[in-house]
Design a protein around this ligand. Sequence first.
Ligand SMILES: Cc1ncc(COP(=O)(O)O)c(C=O)c1O
Length: 282
Amino acid sequence: MQVYLNGEFLDQKKAAVSVADRGFVFGDGVYEVTRVVNGKFFQEKEHLDRLDEGLRGLKIKLRSEIRDSIPNISRELIQRNGHAEGEATVYLQVTRGAAFPRTHTFPEPEVPATVYLSSGPFKPHKELHEKGVDVITVPDVRWTRCNLKTVNLLPNTLARQQAKEAGVNSAVMIRDGVVTESPNANIFAVKDGTLYTFPASNYILNGITRKVIIDIAKSLDIPLVTEPVRQDDLYELDELFFTGTTTDVQPIVRVDGREIGNGTPGRIVKSIQQEYNSRLYG
Ligand SMILES: Cc1ncc(COP(=O)(O)O)c(C=O)c1O
């Protein structure tokens, strides 16, 4: 398997970043994961726009020639790895670069950003999409700039691990009594035929899939309200589901051991799944 690192394609086993890299030392970087179906990058521009937003948010300067070459690098990478056919994902990470000695303030003089891309085969979680998943609620202990897709994922990994140890698939995160999102997906709820999702703000990652789902809701004439769902109302919902690049549209059928709706994927999530699949694979 080959990866791209700072201007070259090389064997994944030989790829190495400096111990002084600020991604390693501070988690000072951003990332993106893009779905690729038979060589076609799904929502590529949106992912690159969000990368730009993250770089701006962290004040990381990425040379424009490098930024503009990301689509070509991604294509070359999937070709080299045999991922241009079938399903794959491309992972992209940009950090502020390597600087020694360690200082909290940005390196002076500036250092080149570290740019890393890898690709891998992908298998959609079909069984989970059909049956739905069980989740637990956990406190959302993240910082208040969750709109930036940074590599600082410790609260997210700890929440996923907690879910795993509880014997369920994932978690629903709660901040100030309302549902924000999951450690790696956005959340939509259905009550009396209306769709609810947390507003795009600094408290959630504004998912690329979330935006596609909002567009699908419009096209299917499903009323949508961008308001958070209260934890107190969670167990009374008709439907609940996750959305994300590698999650797709995944129904949630149990929260904290209590059934959502009748404990099986509902009508609205199924219609959204169908339309989402036709956009992804169409
Ligand atoms: C915290 C969080 N929220 C939401 C999402 C979904 O975003 P997207 O649809 O862009 O994959 C992700 C994806 O990794 C995530 O990490």
